[in-house]
Every structure is written in C-alpha cells, then in structure tokens.
Design a protein around this ligand. Structure first.
Ligand SMILES: [Zn+2]
Length: 343
C-alpha cells in the first residue's frame, strides 16, 4: 500500500521539478535557420533570449548541408524558427536529428516565421511552372521590410507563449523594433510628424500602393525619407536577376523585374537561354543584372559583355558581409548598390 502511494506521487514530483509555465530564470535559447531570422528574434527577444543561426549567410539558403554541430546546437533549444515556404526544407533533418521534442513541428517550440505574410508567385497549377524549389510560392519574403514587421510579430507572439511572465517586455521590444524599421523605411521625420501611429498609417498606405498620392494630398511628399526616398530613382527601372530572389524587394521599391538568368528556379541557364536574355536586355534597355553572391556569375558576365549592362553581386542575408550585420544594413546595402549602378 505504502509502495503504491509512493509511485503515485512520482509524477507529481516530476511536475513540480519542471513546471509548465515557469517564470524563466535563464534565457530562452533560440535557433534559427537563417541570419535574418536570428537578427529579428534577437531584436524582439532582447536580453531574455540568445539567438543563433544555422546557415552560413553567404550560402544558398535553399541548399544547406546539416552537420552534427547543428544537431548539437538544436538539442537543447527552446525555440526553433524556420523561414518556411519550402525555402529551408533542410531544417527538417536538423530538427529530426536534434532529439529535442520541444522543437518538433506542431509544438510551441517550432515556429514558421512567414505565417500571415502575403506570398507571391503561388503556383496556380501542378505544372510546377515556377520550378521545383518554389513549390509553395516565392519564399524570399524578407527583402520587403514590411514583411519583416509581420515576421517580428509572429516571433513576439511565440515568445509570449513560451515565456508569459515577460509578455509586456516582448511587446515593448516588438513595438520598438517596428518603430526603427518604419523610421528606416519612411524617414524618422515623416513618421514623427504623423504622431503615435504614424508608422502603422504609412505601412497601410504603402501596402495599398497609395503612399505617394496620400502624401501629396497632405503636402507631405517632401518629408518622405528613408529607403523609400533613397530608392526613388529605382522606380520603373527594369532589371534582371539570376534567381527569383528580388520579387518582394522589387515590388516594394518599384523595380521592374523582367526576367531571370535561370531558366526556372533552381535550374542553371543553358547557353540558348543566355542568348535569349541578351536579346531581352538589349530590347528593354536593361542596365542592371542582380546576381546573388552564391551563384556563378558566369552567365551574368556573359550577358553584360554582350550588352553593357552592369552586374551587381548581391547578398541576401544578415551577416553575409561584416558591414551588413543588421537587417537594416542589408536593405540599405541593396538600395544603395542598385541606385549607384544606374547613377
Ligand atoms: Zn528561391
């Protein structure tokens, strides 16, 4: 009888030792697939979290080889964050091999960061017209800063769920981060001139493509600053890229993407395709070719040599260059390098 009640007590003792929602003493350990996710998680989590990324930011994010070190890193993570949309599918091997039940898909410790982000280039048919590596639409959502606001919100909500005692802290950090992004996007002066919810108003107008008209109507167009002002020379400019990496960036800043060097996403350009691109570049008067640093620049150089277009080697992730160590610097890098090329 005595023995039986002792056994009965055991689960209770275990529960007491590992309570379900404790006031956490240590920091939450976050592991992300990509560098930009690590940056946003650290910004939102502040000194309540430590965040590390698995992928080398100079590497092709579609193809990362999982290593034992990655499995080790995730074995005691509290939260694992992936981009999703079939970009970083390699994460599945890492999560499987981690032996960490908390971060398995479906558990609060596993977050797909791009939930609720409006996805472009959704395949409309089974023909896989966009290629095999974008089966859920274009996953490169993070080069539109307005999408990063959504990603940051998703991360904040999950941190609150995992660490409810610090809910107010994460909310404050989220609002501060969004405030910094809005200032970088539209200029601090304009955001401040519009009062407390100025950033939200500007974001809404930008999403609805009403920003320029709306500012003009209020005599505020001269106050627009930030990336939106810096990128103004790009409006209507035609560019081609190696891969369909820039659709979100282009749509936000007014660039017109007229084609890719790849024949389909993930499929390198055969010679006849390169020659077709040469004709496009000549016909459309395209001056810029965007080539991600991890793709061969051979095809881009070929097209440039036949047309006089300029090749810009671009970087996709936070940390790809020592000087591109924040998300804001990544966007600034892209805006400045593309505008300088056409000056
Ligand atoms: Zn891609």
């Amino acid at each position: 009888m005595k023995k039986k009640s002792g056994l009965f007590l055991l689960p209770l003792l275990v529960l007491c030792a590992f309570p379900q929602s404790p006031a956490r003493e240590g920091k939450l350990k976050i592991v992300t697939t990509l560098g930009y996710l690590r940056y946003v998680a650290q910004e939102v989590g502040g000194d309540r979290v430590t965040a590390v990324a698995l992928a080398n930011p100079r590497q092709d994010p579609h193809y990362v080889t999982p290593t034992p070190a990655m499995n080790q890193l995730t074995s005691d993570a509290d939260l694992f964050i992936e981009n999703g949309l079939s970009l970083d599918i390699w994460q599945k091997n890492v999560v499987d091999a981690s032996g960490n039940p908390a971060i398995q898909p479906g558990n609060p410790g596993h977050l797909v960061a791009t939930v609720n982000v409006p996805v472009k280039e959704l395949p409309t048919e089974v023909s896989r017209a966009w290629g095999d590596i974008h089966p859920q639409g274009n996953p490169h959502i993070w080069l539109d800063p307005l999408n990063i606001r959504i990603v940051a919100g998703n991360i904040a909500e999950r941190l609150k769920q995992l660490d409810p005692a610090n809910t107010a802290y994460y909310q404050t950090r989220l609002e501060q981060f969004r405030g910094r992004l809005d200032a970088a996007m539209f200029g601090e002066e304009l955001v401040r001139a519009l009062g407390k919810s100025g950033g939200d108003v500007l974001v809404r107008k930008a999403i609805n493509n009403e920003l320029a008209d709306w500012l003009k109507l209020r005599g505020l167009e001269g106050k627009l600053g930030g990336w939106m002002k810096e990128a103004a020379p790009l409006n209507g400019m035609k560019v081609i890229s190696y891969h369909k990496t820039y659709i979100y960036f282009a749509d936000r800043f007014g660039l017109q993407l007229t084609g890719e060097l790849e024949e389909k996403p993930g499929i390198p350009p055969p010679p006849q395709h390169r020659d077709a691109v040469v004709e496009d570049v000549k016909r459309e008067g395209i001056r810029v070719i965007l080539n991600d640093n991890f793709y061969s620049r051979e095809a881009a150089d070929y097209v440039a040599s036949k047309t006089g277009a300029k090749v810009i080697i671009t970087y996709l992730d936070v940390g790809a260059l020592p000087e591109v160590d924040t998300y804001e610097k990544l966007i600034t890098f892209l805006v400045q390098n593309i505008t300088q090329a056409v000056r």
